[in-house]
Design a protein around this ligand. Structure first.
Ligand code: EPS
Length: 402
């Protein structure tokens, strides 16, 4: 069983994470973490904070000579901005007068946070609910992603829309029709989308989105959007229909929904499936060589909570960032009078980063279910278990149905 915890406030000293349960002898270079951390920081529309930070993971334990030991892996990401916040965020006695925040932002965790935790300063809600925490998640999930790569599982993403601006070509059609090039990988999508400032697949689409973000900035407003995460190479048989918490689609939905500002998650054709006839919704079963496959992939690679062997197709929606430079109405907790919400440095758009975080969380869910199925204390053992299952899969079906 793998697990991880993150700790750290947005403007505290650092973010940390402890990751447990991965087998020994997984090869991973320090740069691998930093590569994905950098991807999370990118995207047109990010705020000034991303200019201050260069997120890098310091490895404190669990890896020796670029190989996991099987012991807990702990990582540290320092907040460079900490030096500007030491007095406001110290764990020690207050040394100066720190102004309390009393005006909650609609759509953020400010009001629910002070209500639940009995805080006397909204700053306490802001700090841990900030999406800064996702840097620690991307670092932790890099282990999962690297682990999956060893088994040919590849994960990538692209932004489908920002502010309601969709591309001319619907790229998802090929994914749902299962009409993909033979050597198609999930990562190939990110290779392409990472070249775009908003992580889309088409230049014209990028320009339209950037214009829309410019308009949002001018208005002091923010935008949300939708994105796809695709995982290829996932073997048939991850997850289960036996129990609610063993279903792969449920696990993935939980992971993605846990990302700040994500409000909807779809697997395969999700909502549109609900509008169609059954004959237009399900994927016809075919034989491809010796293996079973499907003509299409509207199910998004999961049937009965179990992976089918086809690409896992995840689509999610992120709401616009809650901090507005032209704020909407709220109530001051102190004066109890209506007032415009507080301005706080933030992003205008973070959909491209959200898609990278979703890749990471999807990797975590897949690695968790993969290890639940195949187990192993060392990579060698896990690989043996995996190979014996994969090699005999079709043979077993043939034998059972002779
Ligand atoms: C973020 C860091 C934050 C925000 C953003 C994401 O830094 P700061 O609050 O210092 O500007 O830029 O967080 C939010 C959008 C949010 O609503 O909390 C990061 O590292 O991703």
């Amino acid at each position: 069983m793998i697990r991880f915890l993150t700790a750290g406030e947005s403007h505290g000293k650092a973010l940390t994470t402890i990751i447990e349960g991965f087998p020994s002898n997984l090869k991973i270079e320090n740069e691998y973490f930093n590569f994905h951390l950098k991807r999370r920081q990118a995207g047109y529309g990010r705020g000034a904070r991303m200019k201050i930070e260069t997120d890098t993971a310091e490895i404190l334990s669990g890896i020796r000579f670029q190989k996991t030991l099987g012991s807990p892996i702990s990582l540290l990401i320092r907040n460079r901005d900490w030096e500007n916040w030491t007095e406001k965020m110290t764990s020690d006695k207050k040394k100066s007068q720190v102004e309390k925040i009393t005006i909650p932002r609609p759509g953020h965790a400010d009001l629910v946070g002070i209500s639940k935790y009995n805080y006397d300063d909204i700053r306490n809600s802001i700090e841990r609910s900030s999406a800064r925490e996702t840097a620690a998640r991307v670092a932790a999930c890099s282990i999962a992603r690297k682990f999956l790569e060893e088994f040919g599982i590849s994960i990538g993403s692209f932004v489908e829309s920002i502010g309601g601006i969709y591309p001319k070509e619907n790229y998802a059609v090929n994914l749902f029709n299962n009409s993909l090039p033979k050597n198609f990988t999930g990562w190939s999508l990110s290779e392409q989308s990472d070249k775009s400032e908003v992580r889309v697949l088409e230049k014209e689409h990028e320009e339209k989105i950037i214009n829309k973000i410019r308009t949002a900035k001018k208005r002091g407003d923010t935008l949300g959007g939708t994105f796809f995460v695709v995982a290829t190479g996932v073997p048939t048989g991850l997850g289960s229909f036996i129990h609610y918490d063993e279903k792969l689609d449920a696990e993935i939905a939980h992971s993605i929904m846990s990302i700040n500002a994500v409000k909807a998650v779809e697997i395969g054709t999700g909502f549109t499936t609900a509008e169609r006839f059954g004959s237009e919704s399900h994927d016809e079963i075919i034989l491809k060589g010796n293996s079973f496959s499907r003509k299409s992939n509207r199910a998004g690679g999961i049937e009965g909570g179990i992976s089918t062997g086809l690409p896992i197709l995840i689509r999610a929606a992120m709401k616009p960032i809650a901090t507005l430079m032209s704020p909407i109405e709220t109530v001051d907790l102190k004066t109890r009078k209506s007032i415009q919400a507080r301005r706080e440095r933030s992003d205008f758009v973070a959909v491209p980063a959200c898609a990278v975080i979703a890749e990471s969380m999807a990797a975590w869910s897949l690695a968790k279910f993969f290890l639940q199925k195949f187990g192993g204390d060392s990579m060698e053992e896990t690989k043996d278990n995996y190979k014996s299952y994969i090699q005999k899969l079709d043979k077993r079906i043939r034998k059972n149905f002779k």
